[in-house]
Design a protein around this ligand. Structure first.
Ligand code: CXF
Ligand code: ZN
Length: 368
């Protein structure tokens, strides 16, 4: 069939919106009519090459839509079902899935390659194969994805909100609740108030944190940060030190979460400095693959037992946590409408990324 997609052909160039030929779904694959797709920073890592994602590739890994057709062997979903696409598939069988850590599913190894699980691509353009980011490629109005990547959801949930739990919201919320293990009364610092940071603020609020200090260089984020749960807002990590010291009588933060889009090695020590003895520093933004240096005081880590924890997809189990988060949205506890700053047609995807980089957007969403 014919479809329309945003393709990255060369590093450091714009997304090119053009027609593609899309194959039928093969064994254990699903054809999804994509309705909405969030603009996540990681797609831009494909553009810059910070993540070694194969090109040419159709971007997008935070999508929701309606099942159009299923390939042989698919039993979990049927045409007409509403689904969220999870950027990490869950096979249910590998060691990680079997032990309740589906965010580490072995099928995640295929995320950067662009092909489907059998090593071939379903999309073609300009006479060549085109991959799909995270096997999803949700910057397209139709896409073929693995059965293991689709999660059926209730059909009354708006798809332009549901898409957010395919990556950013679950990543941020889980980084606070699952990895940060925030407890009632905690003092929490969230650095970077974008889609992930805003969701971390919400996770902290729902876990009962007493102080939620949001940190962002963009002053216009203050109002929204406070609306979704931040109790304080500051514009720099220097100011936050003084504030957290005052709020905790010098004990410092129980949990400090770093959610900026491009993690830099120099950002870690200020985060460690914010944490109390045995406190947790959660690192959830994606760092460039080539970056191996990070400055950190091993004295603080060893003498004060401070814990630095990576958090992939918020340590969520997509099959249980995606419906759980959407149920929390329905009951009014998880705020998703507030997370969407602006919606764009696919043709304006480059404007959407420009807005994200300028710090204007919490989340931009493509509506197909
Ligand atoms: C990324 C990781 C690399 C593949 C795409 C998604 N994670 C979250 O944004
Ligand atoms: Zn993402």
């Amino acid at each position: 069939m014919k479809a329309r997609a945003a393709i990255l052909w060369e590093r450091n160039t714009e997304w090119s919106v053009e027609d593609i030929d899309l194959d039928d779904p093969k064994d254990h694959e699903v054809l999804v009519k994509v309705v909405a797709s969030g603009l996540c920073h990681s797609d831009d890592h494909a553009v810059t090459g910070d993540l070694p994602i194969s090109i040419p590739i159709i971007g997008g890994h935070e999508g929701a839509g309606v099942v159009e057709a299923v390939g042989p062997g698919v039993v979990g979903v049927a045409p007409g079902d509403h689904v969220v696409m999870s950027f990490i598939p869950s096979c249910g069988k590998c060691r990680w899935c079997a032990t309740g850590h589906s965010n580490l599913c072995d099928l995640g190894a295929h995320m950067l390659g662009g092909t489907q699980l059998d090593g071939t691509a379903r999309a073609h353009a300009r006479g060549t194969d085109v991959g799909s980011l995270a096997m999803l490629g949700t910057f397209a109005n139709y896409t073929v994805v693995p059965e293991n990547s689709v999660i059926k959801i209730d059909s009354d949930i708006p798809l332009d909100r549901a898409c957010l739990v395919g990556c950013g919201v679950t990543t941020g919320w889980g980084s606070a609740v699952n990895t940060g293990e925030i407890e009632p009364g905690d003092t929490v610092v969230v650095v970077g108030i974008g889609g992930i940071g805003g969701s971390a603020v919400q996770g902290a609020r729902m876990a009962g944190a007493r102080n939620i200090v949001a940190v962002d260089l963009e002053p216009s984020k203050e109002e929204l940060a406070k609306r979704i749960g931040a109790t304080h807002f500051v514009g720099s990590v220097d100011e936050v030190n003084t504030l957290v010291g005052e709020l905790t009588l010098g004990v410092m933060a129980d949990v400090a979460i770093l959610t900026v889009g491009v993690v830099d090695g120099d950002m870690l020590q200020p985060m460690v400095g914010l944490a109390r003895k045995a406190g947790k520093v959660v690192v959830t933004g994606v760092a460039p693959a080539t970056q191996i240096d990070a400055k950190v005081s091993l004295f603080e880590v060893t003498m004060w037992q401070k814990q630095i924890r990576g958090s992939l997809f918020g340590e969520a189990n997509p099959r249980s946590d995606i419906p759980r988060l959407l149920a929390l949205y329905k009951s009014g506890q998880l705020l998703l409408d507030e997370m969407v700053t602006r919606e764009y047609p696919l043709d304006q995807i480059n404007d959407g990324y420009a807005d994200m980089k300028s710090g204007r957007n919490l989340r931009g969403v493509i509506i197909h």
